[in-house]
Design a protein around this ligand. Structure first.
Ligand code: AMP
Ligand code: ZN
Length: 110
């Protein structure tokens, strides 16, 4: 499958890693939209949040644990977590990912 985030998870494409374990990887977004802009992905491919089922949803809970850990380590008290589903919602990479955005005052929702 030609998926850029699968390649990043496999180490085939470099990334600025923030956190990694057996299930998930967090790395800096290549085009940051805020002073802190980190992406957290499951290593196993899901195309987006529409693929989450009772069979695979444990990884999403784990991702939110990792988000709490990473932000605490960075001293980032206030931040936004975003996942886009579908092109018209702004999804450009079709591998589930959660944006962590912070380090500035964030305005608006869309
Ligand atoms: P989305 O538009 O919600 O699908 O988010 C995809 C994000 O992936 C965008 O913010 C891109 O800047 C980011 N991105 C794309 N390619 C890379 C890459 N090779 N390394 C890090 N971030 C990337
Ligand atoms: Zn993938």
């Amino acid at each position: 499958m030609d998926c850029i985030f699968c390649k990043i998870a496999a180490g085939e494409i470099p990334s600025k890693k923030v956190y990694e374990d057996d299930l998930v990887l967090a790395f800096h977004d290549i085009q940051p939209a805020a002073p802190t802009h980190i992406l957290v992905i499951p290593k196993a491919h899901l195309s987006g949040c529409g693929d989450i089922t009772s069979e695979n949803s444990a990884v999403v809970a784990h991702i939110f644990e990792v988000i709490a850990k990473i932000t605490a380590e960075l001293g980032l008290a206030d931040y936004r977590v975003v996942t886009n589903k579908g092109e018209s919602a702004g999804q450009s990479v079709f591998h589930l990912h959660f944006h962590i955005l912070g380090g500035k005052t964030l305005k608006g929702m869309c």
